[in-house]
Design a protein around this ligand. Structure first.
Ligand code: HEM
Ligand SMILES: *[C@@H]1O[C@H](CO)[C@@H](O)[C@H](O)[C@H]1NC(C)=O
Ligand SMILES: *[C@@H]1O[C@H](CO)[C@@H](O)[C@H](O)[C@H]1NC(C)=O
Ligand SMILES: *[C@@H]1O[C@H](CO)[C@@H](O)[C@H](O)[C@H]1NC(C)=O
Ligand SMILES: *[C@@H]1O[C@H](CO)[C@@H](O)[C@H](O)[C@H]1NC(C)=O
Length: 523
């Protein structure tokens, strides 16, 4: 008897928590997959049955002729928005309804994660964003350019010193080491060389929470993202305590040393320390770092007195938002240049020409003035948006008014999400003809105004877009400038053409890595 009662209770709970929510969209007049498909699709992604790119592509292609459709992440309701006009309306014009990212890691569980810009909410976010944005402008990137150029040269020298004609590399490892050193220097004010000292502490600690191919990282990410309640109860932190301590101490010591000794070093800590003194200067007129940069939507300088903890949390952003994304972009770019030697050669010609024009001493202006370089990097972001989509939480009730004959008004409630399937939009032949072809000409001066501006969104859209787009573009361009100047990227036996993607929900990397060869150019 008791057994039956418990059974009924369990079934009822399962019905209300797992099954009932999966009919929500249909009941509200929004197209959605049938119940079984809705139930199983979560498990497909979770149990590695599908590549993330294919998944987002298919999601985008479902229900053609509709501007949106409903989807579920377990029992969470997501509205997939596909129509670029509607996207623009929701995340730019009506952004105050959708101006938050998902509660990645609740601040109570992990303050360093919870306090960073990606996770902050409401007014706290607004103040932080406008305090930080002056540190990410083109004129500030010009200051960081010198650091990045130094690291790029150092990186190329390391390979030159090997004195081999063909060096086989795994690009993700190489680009991660490079990005690591750039972050150490530009965001943490400390010098490391992860090529000469592959096992250095900074690199090891950074990898603990950035290597998305590691099972332990994925598990932590999964729990903190999908089940914040469980991670709160069991205190599962995304940044393990030991790692947090290491980076905290590093920054605290640096700030103290600089304050005591009056040291000025042109890096991010310096810019953040200036921000807290309210010393942010207004902009001089500096050329932007590339076509793909996104604009700032908030106006005016805020003078928020950043605490040390806040500075640390922002520096960690570089790891969390700017490490995997940039190093992965570098991999796909290297891959495209590897399989298309014509494009690579044309880019190298531009590099040679630029180099000559500035007497072998690359300047910021010369770098961002390189047109073909910009086209190639932009097309890499189009074909391989490392963030395959972006998500916003509905924080104020919202109604989507019907505009097609079969539509009814859709009311979104607080806590539901909208998902923008960037990968699918970038691969829709109506937006970009022959989407699987890597064709930098799409972004030539003549062509780049010919497509829907909102269909190109590697850095997101609206006030909550990527604050680091300039940083990312500059880092990538400088690195490839020096790399291609001295090496040809060529296929080797282990190069996989075409790319296979790993079948998991957090990464678009190939399962066996990005193998390619660096062939020395003898001059
Ligand atoms: C190729 C490299 C990168 C790509 C593709 C990328 C992409 C994105 C995307 C798609 C978003 C979400 C935008 C939205 O919701 O509309 C985002 C947000 C963000 N990104 Fe990036 N990103 C890159 C590099 C960086 C770098 C280098 C930083 C350095 C700090 C950075 C910092 C951030 C931050 C802080 C946010 C959250 C902004 C906010 O909530 O106000 N990203 N990024
Ligand atoms: C995504 O869809 C486009 C257009 O149908 C297609 O060309 C492309 O191969 C698809 N990509 C993936 C990864 O499924
Ligand atoms: C900011 O706070 C620090 C101490 O945390 C203090 O020394 C400094 O004077 C404050 N600056 C401003 C502009 O309020
Ligand atoms: C910045 O420079 C560009 C060209 O160098 C010029 O067209 C533009 O008007 C300048 N803007 C300001 C605000 O001075
Ligand atoms: C524009 O793009 C098309 C195909 O993507 C290319 O054939 C054409 O040459 C480009 N036009 C210019 C002027 O670059």
């Amino acid at each position: 008897m008791l057994f039956i009662l418990v059974g009924i209770l369990l079934l009822t709970l399962i019905y209300f928590y797992c099954i009932k929510p999966l009919t929500y969209w249909r009941e509200n007049g929004v197209p959605q997959a049938n119940l079984m498909a809705a139930l199983f699709h979560n498990y497909f992604v979770l149990f590695k049955r599908k590549e993330l790119t294919t998944f987002v592509n298919e999601t985008y292609q479902k229900f053609p002729g509709n501007r949106y459709h409903g989807m579920y992440q377990f029992n969470k309701q997501l509205l997939v928005v596909k129509d670029t006009n509607l996207i623009k309306q929701m995340v730019i014009k009506d952004f105050e309804h959708f101006n938050e990212h998902r509660d990645f890691v609740p601040a109570e569980v992990d303050p360093l994660m919870g306090k960073n810009l990606f996770s902050l909410k409401g007014n706290e976010w607004r103040i932080m964003r406008s305090t930080l944005s002056p540190a990410f402008t083109s004129s500030k990137m010009k200051i960081l350019f010198k650091l990045m150029a130094e690291y790029s040269q150092n990186f190329v020298e390391y390979f030159l010193n090997k004195n081999e004609d063909l060096i086989e590399i795994e690009m993700k490892d190489i680009s991660s080491r490079f990005c690591n050193d750039v972050i150490a220097s530009s965001a943490f004010g400390t010098e490391v060389d992860s090529f000469k000292h592959p096992d250095n502490e900074f690199f090891r600690y950074g990898q603990i929470f950035t290597d998305l191919r590691k099972f332990s990282t994925m598990i932590r990410l999964f729990f903190t993202m999908m089940c914040p309640t469980i991670s709160k109860v069991f205190k599962i932190k995304f940044i393990p305590d030991g790692v947090a301590k290491f980076f905290t101490k590093l920054i605290e010591d640096t700030i103290k040393l600089r304050e005591e000794k009056g040291i000025v070093r042109p890096d991010m800590i310096h810019l953040l320390m200036e921000a807290r003194k309210g010393n942010q200067k207004n902009e001089e007129n500096v050329t932007d770092t590339g076509f793909a940069t996104v604009e700032e939507h908030l106006e005016g300088l805020a003078n928020h007195n950043l605490t040390n903890e806040e500075i640390i949390a922002q520096a960690l952003i570089f790891f969390f938002a700017g490490f995997d994304s940039v190093s992965t972009l570098m991999c796909f770019l290297a891959y495209e240049l590897c399989v298309d030697q014509d494009i690579q050669n044309r880019l190298r010609e531009e590099i040679e020409e630029t180099s000559e024009n500035c007497n072998n001493k690359l300047t910021y202006e010369a770098l961002v003035g390189m047109k073909y370089m910009d086209m190639v990097v932009t097309e890499a972001l189009r074909k391989w948006p490392t963030q395959v989509g972006f998500e916003r939480i509905c924080i104020k009730p919202y109604t989507i008014e019907p505009s097609l004959p079969h539509e009814k008004p859709v009311r979104l409630t607080v806590g539901q999400s909208i998902f923008i399937p960037t990968y699918g939009i970038h691969h829709d032949p109506n937006n970009f003809p022959n989407p699987d072809v890597f064709d930098p000409e799409r972004f030539s001066d003549e062509n780049k105004t010919n497509f829907d501006a909102y269909a190109f969104q590697p850095f997101g859209l609206g006030p909550r877009n990527c604050i680091g787009s300039r940083f990312a573009l500059m880092e990538t361009k400088v690195m490839f400038f020096y790399l291609l100047k001295h090496f040809k990227i060529v296929p080797v036996k282990r190069t996989e053409i075409p790319i296979r993607h790993v079948k998991n929900m957090f990464s678009i990397l190939p399962p066996d890595g990005f193998w390619m060869g660096l062939e020395r150019i003898h001059k």
